[in-house]
Design a protein around this ligand. Sequence first.
Ligand code: 5GP
Length: 201
Amino acid sequence: MREGILFIVSGPSGGGKTSLVKEALKTFKNLSFSVSVTTRKPREGEVDGKDYAFVSEAEFREMIKKGKFAEYASVHGHLYGTPLEELENARKSGVDMILDIDIQGARQIKEKYGAGVFCFVLPSSFGILKERLIERGSEKSGDLEKRLSEAKREMEEINNYDYIIINDSFNEAFDCLSAVIKSARCEYSRAAERIGKDYFA
Ligand code: 5GP
């Protein structure tokens, strides 16, 4: 049995990565979502333990001390972290995991594990990104400016990613993400692990 693959999806807010990740989870078997831990408050409709595990800052700090995170970072003024145990279990049991994490987290995963398929999702222009954030309406104007300037900073890291997924049309972007997932699963070194000695038995 091959090891589980880590698919890391990053990109500015408003880029559409969350919808792409949700669609991938519906479409692909043997693909699990890495539920992050966060100190931010739940938004309407978000389910504790499914979208995020919502904790207090004290609880988060305790988890850091106990080495519970594969990576963690402060994003938009809140703490977010990927639980280590789930990643390890998935890797060992051959389950692929998809992580919706920011650029700081992605960098840490790359440095620590040296493995993973890194995808960056964004629309084809900064103007589109801005329109989407405004349309979303959930952003207060100060927040909008903050998210836009953070988006600029995030884009500077784009060279650290293996794939850039342009998300102007959801279907085209999803085709692209699907192609990435399928090709990683077929990649020689991973596929070869599945061709055991008893192949001709
Ligand atoms: P939101 O609060 O809008 O759900 O997410 C804000 C940002 O935090 C997004 O860019 C998202 O990818 C990132 N994020 C979510 N979970 C994690 C995590 O576990 N680690 C890191 N480093 N970033 C995360």
